[in-house]
Ligand binder design. Structure first.
Ligand code: MN
Ligand code: MN
Length: 318
C-alpha cells in the first residue's frame, strides 16, 4: 500500500535544502501525543546520549547534527531505486530526552519510549547516541523473544565490565543483551572487528555463546557479497536488529567518532553492506557513535545519514 502524502518529506524542488526547520530527512515531526502517531510505520528517533562513553565523548550532539545533514537526503535510492517514503509512512518522532547524569534512569526513559512504539507497531530507526543506546532499545523490541542481530563495528562491545565492575558502558551493551536474553547469540554476527585489544575476553565470550565474529581481515579477503550472504543465513527469516557503529568505517572517511580504528572500509563499502540487507526481517536498526565535536568537516554526519537512509531502504525493501 502506498504511503499517505502527509508523511512525505519536503522536496528540495519546493523548498531549498538549506531552508526550513531540520527534521530527519525532512519528514514531518510528530511529538509523542500527535494524532497521526498510530499511522506511522517507521519512526526515526534521536537519542542524544553519551554518558556511557569510555573514551572521547560527543555523540550526545549526534542527533541534532544528523538531522541537519539529513536535509541532503532525497526520495529515491540511487542504485536500487527504492523510494522508502512512498512505500511506508515515515516520520521524525523527535528525541528521547535522557538524564545525562544517570545511566540507569536514561535507560528506563529510552525503553519506555520504545515500549510505546512497539505497542503502536512502529519500527524504530535510531540515531544515537553512544552504543549503549542499543541496550535499552533492545529491551523494548525483544520483549517476546530474543532477536538476531547484524552488527557493523570495529569493536565487539561484548566486554563484561570496565573500571573494575562497571557493567553499563558503550563497550558492554551486547554482553548485557545476551545475558538478558534479548539476543539469540547463535543468530548474531559482528562484522569489521579490528584494532588493538585489551585481551581476548570479549572474543572468548563470543565464541563460548556462538556469536559469529568476522574480523576485518576476513571481511576484505572474502568480499562484501560473500560475508553478507553468510550474515543473511545466520539471522534467517526471524526478527533481526541491525546495529551500525560509525567506527566500522575507516577514520579517513569517518573521523567524527570517539574510538576510531584504522584499516576499515571506505565510505562506499559502508553503504554497500547495507544493500546486502534487503530481505532481512529487520524489526529495528540504529546508527550510533557519530561525534560532531570530532567531525570538523561534517562529513561523518553526512555519511551517517547516508547509512541511515540505506538502513531505511533495507527496512522497506523485500
Ligand atoms: Mn560500538
Ligand atoms: Mn566501535
Amino acid at each position: 500500500m502506498p504511503s499517505d502524502p502527509f508523511f512525505h518529506p519536503v522536496s528540495g524542488f519546493d523548498l531549498p535544502r538549506f531552508a526550513g526547520v531540520p527534521t530527519f530527512m525532512r519528514l514531518p515531526y510528530l511529538p509523542p501525543e500527535h494524532e497521526r502517531l498510530a499511522d506511522v510505520d517507521i519512526g526515526l528517533i534521536g537519542v542524544p546520549w553519551d554518558s556511557a562513553t569510555t573514551n572521547r565523548p560527543g555523540p550526545r550532539h549526534g542527533p541534532r547534527q544528523l538531522r541537519d545533514a539529513s536535509t541532503m537526503i532525497r526520495a529515491q535510492h540511487g542504485e536500487t531505486g527504492v523510494r522508502p517514503f512512498e512505500t511506508v509512512n515515515c516520520a521524525d518522532l523527535g528525541d528521547v530526552g535522557p538524564n545525562p547524569a544517570d545511566i540507569q534512569d536514561s535507560m528506563r526513559r529510552i525503553t519506555a519510549f520504545y515500549d510505546r512504539l512497539v505497542s503502536l507497531d512502529i519500527r524504530p530507526l535510531t540515531a544515537g547516541g553512544d552504543h549503549l543506546t542499543s541496550l535499552p532499545v533492545l529491551r523494548a523490541l525483544a520483549k517476546d523473544e530474543p532477536l538476531g542481530m547484524i552488527h557493523f563495528d570495529s569493536h565487539t562491545d561484548l566486554f563484561h565490565s570496565y573500571f573494575g565492575g562497571t557493567l553499563y558502558t558503550h563497550g558492554t551493551p551486547f554482553r548485557r543483551a545476551v545475558e538478558e536474553e534479548l539476543l539469540d547469540p547463535r543468530r548474531v554476527i559482528q562484522i569489521g572487528i579490528r584494532g588493538t585489544m585489551y585481551d581476548s575476553e570479549d572474543r572468548d565470550f563470543a565464541e563460548s555463546v556462538g556469536i559469529r565474529v568476522v574480523p576485518i581481515e576476513e571481511f576484505f579477503a572474502r568480499g562484501i557479497a560473500d560475508v553478507m550472504a553468510e550474515a543473511r543465513e545466520i539471522v534467517g527469516d526471524m526478527p533481526t536488529y541491525v546495529s551500525y557503529d560509525i567506527d566500522f568505517v575507516d577514520p579517513a572517511f569517518a573521523p567524527g567518532t570517539g574510538t576510531p580504528e584504522v584499516g576499515g572500509p571506505n565510505s562506499f563499502q559502508a553503504l554497500q553492506v547495507c544493500r546486502e540487507l534487503y530481505g532481512v526481517n529487520i524489526v529495528g536498526a540504529d546508527l550510533v557513535e557519530v561525534s560532531p565535536p570530532f567531525d570538523a568537516s561534517g562529513g561523518t554526519a553526512f555519511l551517517g545519514v547516508s547509512i541511515l537512509f540505506e538502513l531505511l531502504c533495507a527496512m522497506v525493501a523485500d
